[in-house]
Design a protein around this ligand. Structure first.
Ligand code: SIN
Length: 283
């Protein structure tokens, strides 16, 4: 029997008893889409999908999207292996700061799916933070800054100007194209977006890729963004998921931020990631 249980008061739900061995029916797809709109992140325990099944699941939410700058799996260019080997110690980790996946694209992914293949017995959790709750509880002063305003996003880790220092870069197992000047191109998105299915508003800003507000310099924007990030990553709005091999997590990449914890040096961690698209984020 399919059961759904909230992970925290404000976001995230865990679903057990879900079985896609015989495909995803229209009713199952409706259930998943509604659950994602309601909880922003849903975790399907013990699903153990094949790559083909993971891709079918991805298409429930939108067309599969190929991402630039990260080398896909050799056997399937629509899937990325998020891998950290046991011997990659004292290194950064892919997704190891609060972010929205590839928000610097003109049309960033609407959502992402991770399927856990090999995970540490303890550690390597992923954390999400609801930007719907963050926006709802934002002070009126900060709302007056972000409402109706656009912000600039840049492919910081991949470009030339904003590349992270060596020690913060993820290990060699996840192959990224760095030093590409095209990633320094400024892309504008509304600072507050509306989630199409629920109609709820959410902050759409993140510390990895957002550099400034449209009509402000980086220096002027920095203290305001720092205040916003302090607020929007509060534990009150977040949920933390402890992986077991076979689990699958699906999240709305537009209405929540996520963070890969890096506390498992000496242990191998491998997840397969797919992403899906929708219309560009709108205010
Ligand atoms: C990601 O940012 O997509 C990776 C998250 C994780 O590895 O937990």
């Amino acid at each position: 029997m399919v059961q759904i249980e909230k992970l925290t008061g404000l976001m995230g739900a865990e679903i057990t008893g879900f079985d896609i061995t015989n495909g995803v029916t229209a009713d199952m797809a409706d259930f998943l889409r509604q659950a994602l709109a309601d909880y922003q992140m849903i975790a399907l325990r013990d699903l153990h999908p094949t790559i083909k099944q993971q891709k079918e699941l991805t298409e429930v939410f939108g067309p599969i999207m190929k991402l630039p700058y990260v080398e896909p799996m050799p056997e399937d260019d629509e899937v990325i292996a998020v891998l950290k080997e046991a011997d990659e110690c004292n290194k950064g980790v892919f997704g190891g700061d609060w972010h929205s996946d590839f928000s610097f694209l003109e049309n960033p992914p609407a959502g992402s799916i991770l399927s856990a293949i090999e995970v540490p017995q303890v550690g390597g959790d992923t954390v999400w933070a609801s930007q719907v709750s963050a926006y709802t509880s934002l002070s009126e002063a900060l709302k007056s800054v972000v409402d109706g305003r656009k912000a600039v996003h840049i492919g910081a880790p991949y470009g030339v100007t904003h590349q992270p220092p060596e020690e913060e870069q993820a290990g060699a197992s996840i192959r990224m194209t760095r030093g590409d000047p095209a990633a320094d191109r400024e892309i504008l998105h509304p600072a507050v977006i509306r989630e199409p299915l629920s109609g709820r508003q959410a902050l759409f800003l993140n510390p990895i890729y957002t550099t400034r507000f449209e009509d402000m310099s980086e220096e002027e924007s920095a203290p305001i963004l720092a205040d916003i990030y302090k607020h929007c990553t509060r534990p009150d709005f977040s949920c933390r998921f402890r992986w077991r091999a076979g689990d699958v997590a699906i999240w709305d990449n537009r209405t929540c931020l996520h963070y890969a914890t890096n506390d498992y040096d000496g242990t191998r961690r491998l997840l397969y990631r797919t992403t899906f698209s929708a219309d560009p984020p709108a205010a």
